[in-house]
Design a protein around this ligand. Structure first.
Ligand code: C5P
Length: 400
């Protein structure tokens, strides 16, 4: 962490807090960011002040807290312009459904909304709301407008909510948000303007109307890679097989089921892709003749003929003008040797190798990055951290 601190200590962040129970997490966030050496300027909406007090943030950040457009204007000429002009980034956490609606519509009816409208720096928001508000089509419309405007959306996640319900809408934990801010400051423009296509999760190959073949991939690593690419400023398309996870907010999300579906989705996107990161655990075989009806049980043995699936990554990497291709290899033995053979066979500038028994389904992994220059070991760490390291490595190779 010491090496990052120097870079971070020159950074200024405007932390916007809007009304929601998750505002209590913003206090911890302000503490963590200040501890990193980031100069945190806090702006709170009137509703936020009902949940937590400005004094808390003033004490944690050592800076005055602004809550009112008119009060701030009296003390500082054109405070709404100056406050957001002097910062490197704005983070609104929590961002309520109401604030998201106002931001999406360019409203300037309080200090925070005005500052956001008068900004010339990047902005990230961490939504927090009840699951029904999150699922409402008005919220979806507003989030989609914000994404088109270049606003980065971090989270939310699924879990227990203050109202007692379970579902999507929980703001990410302070530590995760702090890590996202650090990463955005350090890698925020590494892939700026680049189009990244990520495949994630398993594929499902039908046997009959209700049964199928699937592997144990959780989608965690692929989703983390998509998120890290977003943080690095890329425009991200995520093609995901069936998973039980909430996908990260990306520019384009395509759900697929089988390897064939995944190949079609990838082929439709590939002409606009600069970097293709194939994290998906694609099934190597599919059932030759899947039955439309449920196969009836009988006393006899049942044989299923399997035929080879297309290799999506190799289809892309052997194109006449392929994008920069990154593969993932999960091996159970002879990790490096098998992975390097795969890298050469698939003609990849970079392949990420991991041990299947350690990585699949786990929140952590140990990775070996294999490229033309040799190997780079990333010792065991949370997948989000590994994904950020990987994106940094890709950006270095891509530039060469
Ligand atoms: O399964 P295998 O170890 O060959 O996977 C290595 C890489 O190839 C992974 O990045 C995976 O996403 C990709 N792959 C693919 N299509 C397949 C099999 C693997 O794109 N049918």
């Amino acid at each position: 962490m010491t090496t990052c601190l120097t870079a971070l200590s020159k950074k200024r962040l405007l932390l916007g807090i809007t009304g929601g129970v998750a505002a209590y997490k913003a206090a911890e966030l302000a503490r963590l960011l200040t501890q990193d050496g980031i100069d945190v300027q806090t702006v709170m909406t009137q509703s936020a002040c009902h949940f937590v007090g400005p004094v808390t943030f003033q004490s944690l950040t050592g800076n005055p807290v602004y809550t009112d457009l008119w009060e701030a204007n009296a003390a500082h000429t054109m405070a709404h312009i100056n406050l957001s002009r002097n910062v490197d980034m704005i983070l609104v956490a929590p961002a309520s459904a109401d604030f998201i609606a106002r931001l999406a519509n360019g409203m300037a009816d309080d200090l925070l909304a005005t500052l956001c409208l008068a900004r010339d720096c990047p902005i990230m928001i961490a939504p927090a709301m009840n699951r029904q508000m999150w699922e409402n089509s008005a919220t979806k419309r507003n989030l989609s407008s914000l994404q088109n405007d270049g606003v980065k959306i971090i989270g939310p996640e699924s879990g227990a909510q203050a109202c007692g319900e379970m579902g999507m809408g929980r703001m990410l934990e302070a530590s995760e948000l702090a890590e996202t801010v650090r990463s955005a400051f350090q890698t925020g423009d590494l892939l700026q303007g680049k189009k990244v296509l990520v495949t994630a999760g398993p594929t499902f190959e039908a046997i009959d109307a209700v049964r199928g073949i699937i592997n144990k991939s959780s989608g965690k690593m692929g989703y983390a890679v998509a998120r890290a690419a977003m943080e690095a400023g890329a425009t991200v398309t995520l093609v995901s097989g069936p998973t039980c996870l909430a996908p990260p907010i990306v520019d384009k999300l395509i759900h697929v089921v089988s390897a064939d579906d995944m190949l079609r989705a990838v082929q439709a996107e590939i002409a606009q892709t600069d970097i293709f990161i194939s994290v998906a655990a694609v099934a190597d075989y599919r059932v030759a003749k899947a039955s439309q009806q449920k196969i009836k049980k009988s006393d006899k043995k049942l044989s299923i003929e399997l035929i080879l699936n297309p290799d999506i990554l190799m289809t892309v990497s052997t194109l006449p003008e392929p994008p920069f291709c990154v593969g993932f290899a999960a091996e159970t033995e002879d990790l490096e040797k098998n992975a390097e053979i795969k890298r050469r066979k698939k003609n990849l500038p970079l392949l990420v190798a991991n041990l299947a028994q350690d990585a699949i389904g786990s929140d952590e992994s140990a990775l070996i990055l294999l490229d033309d220059a040799g190997k780079h070991v990333l010792s065991k760490a949370p997948k989000m951290e590994q994904a950020r390291q990987l994106i940094k490595h890709i950006s270095l190779l891509y530039k060469q």
